[in-house]
Ligand binder design. Sequence first.
Ligand SMILES: *[C@@H]1O[C@H](CO)[C@@H](O)[C@H](O)[C@H]1NC(C)=O
Ligand SMILES: *[C@@H]1O[C@H](CO)[C@@H](O)[C@H](O)[C@H]1NC(C)=O
Ligand SMILES: *[C@@H]1O[C@H](CO)[C@@H](O)[C@H](O)[C@H]1NC(C)=O
Ligand SMILES: *[C@@H]1O[C@H](CO)[C@@H](O)[C@H](O)[C@H]1NC(C)=O
Ligand SMILES: *[C@@H]1O[C@H](CO)[C@@H](O)[C@H](O)[C@H]1NC(C)=O
Length: 537
Amino acid sequence: MKNFQSLPKPTMKTTIIFLLVLTLFGVLDPTHFAQAIGQDGQEQPIKRIVVLVLENRSFDHMIGWMKKYINPSINGVTGRECNPFSTNLTQKHSQGSAQEAICFTDDAKYVDPDPGHSFEDVEKQVFGSNHVPSMDGFVEQALSVSQNLSETVMKGFRPENVPIYAKLVQEFAVFDRWFSSIPGPTQPNRLFVYSATSHGSTSHITRQLAKGYPQKTIFDSLHENGKDFGVYYQNIPTTLFYRNMRKLKYVFKFHQYSTFKQHAKDGKLPNLSVIEPRYFDIKGFPANDDHPSHDVANGQKLVKEVYETLRASPQWNESLLVITYDEHGGFFDHVKTPYVNVPSPDGNTGPAPSFFKFDRLGVRVPTIMVSPWIKKGTVISSPKGPTPTSEYEHSSIPATIKKIFNLPSNFLTHRDAWAGTFEHVVGQLSSPRSDCPEVLPEAAPLRRTEPDETRPLSEFQGEVVQLAAVLNGDHFLSSFPDEMGKKMSVKEAHTYVQGAVSRFITASKEAINLGADESAIVDMRSSLTTRSVIHNK
Ligand SMILES: *[C@@H]1O[C@H](CO)[C@@H](O)[C@H](O)[C@H]1NC(C)=O
Ligand SMILES: *[C@@H]1O[C@H](CO)[C@@H](O)[C@H](O)[C@H]1NC(C)=O
Ligand SMILES: *[C@@H]1O[C@H](CO)[C@@H](O)[C@H](O)[C@H]1NC(C)=O
Ligand SMILES: *[C@@H]1O[C@H](CO)[C@@H](O)[C@H](O)[C@H]1NC(C)=O
Ligand SMILES: *[C@@H]1O[C@H](CO)[C@@H](O)[C@H](O)[C@H]1NC(C)=O
């Protein structure tokens, strides 16, 4: 399964023999043939896909050491991956100093604070002082923040500290060449997961957030073809950053996370389920999105719970679970980011000073897939197409959903048309495995302290509060957008956000009862005024 792209091109003769064998094989065992090849979605074993996107960790940071300890065919680390203190050759020579560098180690622990991952930070990490990606600027970029951080970014977890992933990588599939869609922060990368574009954003743009992003999403493609989806959220569904998702027709698609467990138990999971982690770190309910400073042990627990829930479901044999990370969070990864022939999704360019053309990918992130149709110990690297330069990135998710569910809708952008699809990950077996573990190991906490609810908000949490303010109608207040989040502690923000979401969903359901058009969006007025208004489009 590994490195389809790097295999030598078969000669004409071997191609003919290969086709002949396949044909004979098909004649002898038509069921197996159809399922293994997955002809255009017919005989496709998967009827349900569950997607879980966690936050801000690179592949090497989470999975890199599994090459040494679990499976040598994974493109991970050996410890010989190093970054110099400075990538500036002139400076190095003039100082005449020996090459000072930090090499990758396996002692990653609980991380606080957060390494840099803005567009500009990532550019320094990936390019150093070179003109092509060299992956040697991580230490230098981190040093510009603090000495400690430069060591932090060069550490990966030993498998025993991420025991859930260690088990899933042994049992199912790991993708060791899956990149974030843009070399920038969370929000634009998350937007790519369901819409194959960030509509020109390379960072978080408040004005755009307030309006909601206008692009079509894979949820729309599913809906217009009679396929169902559900978003199971814990604090707030960040899928509401897409404007279409706020429409009345989708309000019944949003469920509390506890409903995921119920739907799975009752065999009622929709064709696409999106699980949103907890983004706020609250006593008794610690954040489980893996975003620093949150403890990855809680992310591990969430993955364990989602796995075990699905494993126990009557729908298990028709399910595929996709776990990935929005972006690398500033942590080192050694695989050069692709920068040739990456298509711009929609022709939008980023803001000054970079005017990014969306023509290269972000840093490699961990991606794990789980299904009883996946062979134990699978490692997948480059995709087989659809173009010679195609790669796996977040747009591979909508591209594969389109393929698996045979959706006649157009691709969302040029990017999902280009991204590799992964339906073959479930195309290797002729029947579902019955030996998949029912229970995964426990993950011991790495953080010694309780959640600090009085902490100020991280940038991402601030963005989530702004979304809540829009839903709640408070964005018209003069304090919006910056002041509001700045004054709140994590605990206050958590309370505010939950209230806003619940108010928005209740008002949307009332609007439906009042006969409002399904493409309308409820526009709440701040609680300073009393009435809500319904806007068409
Ligand atoms: C979508 O889900 C429905 C309901 O579970 C199921 O009957 C159907 O086969 C699924 N569709 C596809 C294309 O898998
Ligand atoms: C590299 O270092 C030299 C000497 O300190 C300095 O003049 C130059 O501006 C630096 N170049 C970059 C790209 O930072
Ligand atoms: C850096 O690490 C040292 C030693 O562990 C610690 O005392 C110090 O507070 C850390 N500094 C920062 C900025 O985290
Ligand atoms: C991680 O995700 C958050 C959420 O977007 C984002 O704001 C942040 O810039 C990303 N990186 C870090 C280290 O926070
Ligand atoms: C899934 O398939 C396996 C193997 O055919 C079978 O043993 C098991 O009972 C099935 N599980 C469910 C939930 O249908």
